[in-house]
Ligand binder design. Structure first.
Ligand code: FAD
Length: 417
């Protein structure tokens, strides 16, 4: 009989793995356990907030995977794992036996990591929207109807987190939107960190577009001319060292307390600390970090044999928690599994990642990397990370935004079509 591959989570990692396993060997029995019948893609979801796109446009159907590629779906939540009997049981009581299991459940938001915050507050009043869905829609509504001259605060998360440029892209897109629709508004990023991945090129973009003045330490690093300030910038980034670290939320008075003091806001978006998806804990796949240790060459769990963990839940060292990473990891694991089943070895893995981000609708930037396993046994960069060059021409900058939009479409097709 052909091998049974069960996949927990039909997001970027899980759906890519399912499709590429079937492409590699159509005789494999591939079953995805997914709790939602429609995927709401998180990547690109901040573009709902500034009306670049709609909630509906985030929805991705599983029809092509089922009908065209022959992937079976069980729409239910995976609950428990028996690594000896090699079965997964769902909340609905279904038991699925596997020869190989892939787990890609994304993240769990630690709503309890900020005093005063909770899932209930997030769902009704102070959304996070870092898992796309109803909270994204709530945040969009709040931002688009914010009072004239109101303040929007984003509490950025501590490392490691899903989509490293994401909170900053969100802030920039809303700054652009407000400058047209609510020009006296303020956008404040309260950050528990002093830097972020695309910080230099993003701040150059913010300077050009919004008159943002980077902190002193960045002025020498940004190798391009900065525009002087003419008026206070609508966008403010408060680093950890300036007291930006969020400490407590008072949802009643809509106040975010930071190390530096209280910020009274009209709309607050908290992106809390995060860990692996809950099911990774239920399956016994996590370690003290809250994420899942894997053998780097195969992404097989160090906890359970024949169980591979990919995407945001896995510990992949220098590889960021991005959709691009989850996709490239999934393709590698599909290959590892088909090779293992055929008794072949898979050779040496190389992975890649490109994170596109927007400083404004027509101002794109990016970070691109190739990764391999280094001498210390961990995943590291092959070369130095490549960013949008400081001397990029206006046409190249505009093109980067075009590429970002093209990537969103091509990427979704690669996974789900
Ligand atoms: P997910 O895609 O979240 O998939 C997890 C799936 O598992 C979900 O469908 C969930 O329903 C399911 N699941 C969870 N638990 C269970 C269970 N117990 N049983 C059954 N199913 C379960 N990445 C990029 O590369 N580029 C970008 O530009 C980009 N922009 C982003 C912007 C924002 C605002 C955000 C929030 C993220 C962005 N990302 C981006 C990150 C990207 O979306 C994630 O890194 C990626 O989705 C991770 O894939 P995954 O498979 O680990 O998790």
């Amino acid at each position: 009989a052909s091998a049974r591959i069960v996949i927990v989570g039909g997001g970027v990692g899980g759906a890519t793995a399912a499709k590429y396993l079937k492409l590699a060997d159509p005789t494999l029995q591939v079953t995805v356990i997914e709790k939602n019948p429609v995927y709401i893609r998180p990547y690109g979801s901040s573009e709902v907030l500034n009306q670049h796109t709609t909630m509906q446009a985030l929805e991705v159907s599983y029809d092509a995977l089922r009908q065209k590629h022959g992937v079976a779906f069980v729409f239910d939540a995976a609950r428990s794992l028996d690594p000896v009997a090699k079965t997964v049981t769902t909340a609905g009581g279904k038991v699925l036996a596997y020869d190989k299991l892939i787990v890609s459940p994304g993240i769990k938001l630690r709503y309890d990591s900020l005093p005063g915050y909770s899932e209930q507050v997030a769902e009704t009043q102070v959304p996070s929207g870092w898992i796309a869905g109803a909270q994204t829609a709530l945040l969009a509504k709040q931002l688009q109807s914010m009072r004239d001259g109101g303040t929007f605060v984003i509490a950025a998360p501590p490392n490691p987190y899903r989509c490293p440029p994401g909170p900053y892209e969100r802030a920039a897109l809303m700054t652009e939107w407000f400058s047209r629709h609510n020009p006296r508004a303020k956008v404040i990023i309260a950050d528990p960190k002093d830097s972020f991945v695309t910080d230099e090129t993003a701040m150059l973009g913010w300077n050009r577009l919004y008159g943002f003045q980077p902190p002193e330490e960045y002025r020498a690093k940004i190798k391009a001319e900065l525009k002087p300030s003419t008026k206070p910038c609508m966008l403010e980034w408060v680093q950890a060292k300036a007291g930006g670290t969020p400490q407590r939320l008072d949802a009643k008075t809509m106040t975010l307390h930071t190390a530096d003091g209280a910020i009274k806001a009209d709309v607050i978006n908290i992106i809390p600390a995060m860990v692996a998806g809950q099911v990774a804990f239920d399956f016994g796949l996590t370690n003290d970090s809250g994420f899942c240790p894997v053998h780097r060459t195969t992404f097989e769990s160090t906890r359970h044999k024949d169980v591979h963990v990919i995407g945001d839940s896995s510990i992949a060292d220098a590889m960021p928690k991005s959709g691009f990473s989850a996709n490239t990891q999934a393709k590698w694991v599909a290959r590892v599994i088909t090779d293992q089943l055929a008794g072949r070895s898979s050779g040496t893995p190389v992975w890649e990642n490109t994170c596109y981000a927007l400083a404004g609708k027509n101002y794109g930037l990016f970070v691109a990397d190739v990764f391999k396993i280094k001498e210390d046994g961990k995943i590291g960069r092959v070369n130095k990370a490549r960013y949008l060059p400081f001397d990029a021409t206006p046409a190249q900058i505009r093109l980067s935004a075009v590429y970002q939009q093209a990537w969103l479409q091509a990427f979704t097709q690669d996974i789900f079509a």
